[in-house]
Write a protein that binds this ligand. Structure first.
Ligand code: C2E
Ligand code: CA
Ligand code: CA
Ligand code: CA
Length: 277
């Protein structure tokens, strides 16, 4: 039995090692990914289920790795955050997304706000404001067609500085939404002090919305948004049951596979045409 214990340990060792090897090789490759143009942006529609129009898009990053194929942001964003690479990557995203959105405006494909996910790192230091302004100026996009998605932990961490920065961005006209709302255990007492346009109900609540307790949470988030004069959107909507429940609770704007998966630019043009027809 002493032997089998030892064996188990070495299997675990091997697993750890395999994980660390991939982690290290991905980190090395991630450093070159921007220069090698391996990133791609996909866009997921935000849909008004009453008026049946697209009211926004969320940009999501994909990494086309030369050997491993498409790598999920769930795997590489944490590496990018740890190494600080998230800063140049986010700068690239801002320029890419603003100029793409400007193109959609010019071609009359769509005139909606596109959101970009922000990491905590982007709120350290003061360069975010300047880089947002630069991306808007260079692309010619009006500020209210850009939205930043932040999380509760970003908002609550270093709250005073974050509020100053967000207020400046809001003054410029940029929109701000609070992502994954309800999962961050943030103090509700400060929610009214953060300049936010929209609360995004996290998809875990939608996935389990058959449970009374989750339904109660969804219903309360919708009430908070209404009382604080914020918009509300539900994430991860996949079924008609979920749509009906959300509508009955007063949330009509939705995002999820039911309406559209995240799509690359070339597919999205067709998607808009199909929806207009
Ligand atoms: P998130 O911001 O909460 O994005 C929503 C995630 O849910 C996306 O996964 C999206 O593809 C997925 N999703 C949308 N609708 C559905 C649905 O109906 N069902 C299910 N099961 N999933 C749905 P994705 O694209 O893999 O992104 C994962 C996370 O990676 C994002 O979560 C975000 O935190 C991060 N991320 C993605 N792109 C970026 C980026 O450009 N910058 C930063 N900082 N983070 C990013
Ligand atoms: Ca998001
Ligand atoms: Ca989310
Ligand atoms: Ca999330």
């Amino acid at each position: 039995s002493k032997d089998s214990g030892k064996n188990k340990f070495s299997v675990f060792d091997l697993e750890m090692n395999r994980y660390q090897v991939r982690r290290m090789s991905l980190e090395k490759d991630l450093r070159k990914a921007l220069a090698r143009s391996e990133f791609m942006v996909v866009y997921q529609p935000k849909w008004d289920s009453i008026t049946n129009v697209t009211v926004g898009l969320e940009s999501l990053l994909r990494w086309r790795h030369p050997e491993h194929g498409i790598i999920s942001p769930v795997e590489f964003i944490p590496i990018a955050e740890e190494t600080g690479l998230i800063v140049p990557i986010t700068y690239w995203m801002l320029h890419e997304v603003c100029s793409q959105n400007m193109l959609w405006h010019k071609e009359d494909v769509a005139t909606v706000a596109v959101s970009i996910n922000m990491s905590a790192r982007m709120f350290e230091g003061e360069s975010l404001y300047d880089i947002v302004e630069e991306a808007l100026t260079r692309s010619g996009l009006a500020p209210h067609f850009l939205e930043l998605e932040i999380t509760e932990s970003i908002a609550m961490n270093n709250m005073e500085e974050t509020v100053v920065l967000l207020s400046k961005l809001r003054k410029l006209g940029v929109r701000v939404s609070l992502d994954d709302f309800g999962t961050g255990f943030s103090s509700l007492g400060s929610l009214d002090e953060i300049p936010i346009n929209t609360l995004k109900i996290d998809q875990v609540f939608i996935r389990k919305s058959k449970m009374h307790s989750k339904k109660a949470i969804i219903s309360n988030i919708i009430a908070i948004a209404a009382n604080l004069n914020m918009e509300v959107i539900a994430e991860g909507v996949e079924t008609t049951e979920q749509i009906e429940l959300l509508q009955s609770l007063g949330c009509t704007v939705m995002q999820g596979y039911y309406y559209g998966k995240p799509m690359p630019v070339n597919e999205l043009g067709q998607w808009f045409l199909d929806k207009k027809a």
